[in-house]
Design a protein around this ligand. Structure first.
Ligand code: FNR
Length: 342
């Protein structure tokens, strides 16, 4: 019947079973290589990849990006992700909580605070909902349910175009975001969903009170492709295929945002697939790095698979620091450790 709950189930199934990543557009991180240091003058065990984010300490600079909620499968996935976030000291986002605003009995499929009492947890709504009757009260409600440290507003114009009967009125949203940022009790973060945020858009968002940016650039999961897979009619299907590789590559987003806002808390995401990708984004100036699809696939499998994935990511990040001679993330961000290779 096309309820939001059906859509959430479709998204999980399609992302787990189909090829949903960009084919031609890449993150751009392959254009950078670490300058190897043959004598790091460090002990591997001294390397510290802890960092502060939104006033809390993360043991590793990793975010489990916003994904799901609203179904029984989603509840289990969120629970496993939260256990991992707590165990490894990571940050975690939940998927858009709109389905729970419409049906409060589904809020429990998102509300993972009991599994992650110390983690940075991020609530999530589509920014465009501010044009479809949502306001401060709805935003505060989803934050309170999750006991969230911040609210992510996702910006997804392409996804809404490809989705059948998507919400495509984005007019006047900047002013509504400004009002919300002034009134909400927690910081508001702006995030794309895989098509990226440019430096100039980041500047405008920061000017209206957005407190952190998540690039969610192109090169990984393509929401045009996901929505194309579930489109009912040929027009929407074709739209999604045509725009499957649309967007600003993740590396370009990071460089672009850092150029205009040297201090804004910056989350790199979109197509990061290992800890070396993560380390490159941090060297380019990001504070932490997010991944969606890799954590989803592990979470769908088991808690053990999540432990294994996270262990590997941490070892990859540490190895990149060690072999480029950097002791911590501050040094990594400020020393010239990358070489461009195009
Ligand atoms: C997402 N993503 C997402 N983002 C968001 O802000 N709200 C949401 O509800 C969702 N839902 C969602 C479901 C699933 C199954 C996936 C895989 C992803 C987008 C996600 O947070 C991320 O920005 C993109 O997927 C790009 O990152 P990856 O997948 O390339 O690492």
């Amino acid at each position: 019947s096309g309820t939001i709950q059906d859509r959430k189930a479709d998204h999980l199934r399609i992302c787990l079973e189909d090829d949903v990543q960009c084919h031609r557009t890449t993150t751009g991180l392959e254009r950078y290589r670490f300058i190897h240091c043959g004598l790091p003058e460090l002990s591997y065990d001294q390397i510290d990849i802890g960092t502060q984010f939104l006033g809390k300490t993360l043991q590793a600079p990793l975010l489990i990006s916003s994904m799901t909620g609203g179904t029984e499968q989603a509840r289990i996935i969120n629970q496993r992700l939260a256990v991992t976030a707590q165990k490894f000291g990571l940050a975690m986002g939940v998927g858009s909580q709109r389905v729970a605003v419409e049906r409060p009995e589904l809020a429990n499929t998102f509300n993972v605070r009991t599994y992650a009492p110390d983690a940075v947890l991020l609530a999530n709504l589509g920014a465009v909902q501010l044009n479809y009757s949502y306001g401060l009260e709805h935003c505060q409600r989803v934050v309170d349910w999750l006991e969230a440290d911040a609210l992510i507003l996702h910006l997804n114009p392409l996804q809404e175009c490809v989705q059948t009967r998507g919400d495509t009125d984005f007019s006047g949203l900047m002013a509504k975001i400004e009002t919300l940022c002034a009134q909400l009790q927690v910081p508001v973060i702006a995030k794309e969903v895989g098509n990226g945020i440019s430096g100039s858009l980041a500047q405008k968002l920061i000017n209206v009170g957005i407190r952190a940016i998540d690039t969610a650039g192109a090169g990984g999961t393509s929401w045009a492709r996901v929505e194309s897979e579930r489109a009912e009619d040929v027009k929407q299907r074709r739209l999604g295929q045509t725009f499957a590789d649309w967007g600003i590559p993740t590396a370009d987003c990071i460089v672009g945002v850092r150029a205009i806002a040297p201090e804004i808390p910056l989350i790199a995401s979109g197509g990061l697939r290992n800890g070396l990708d993560v380390a490159k984004t941090l060297a380019l100036g990001a504070n932490i790095a997010g991944m969606a699809l890799p954590f989803l696939k592990a979470a769908d499998h088991s808690e053990d698979a999540l432990d294994t994935l996270t262990d590997i990511l941490i070892a990859e990040v540490k190895t990149a620091l060690f072999c480029s001679g950097q002791r911590n993330l501050q040094d990594l961000r400020h020393n010239p450790v990358l070489q461009r290779i195009d």
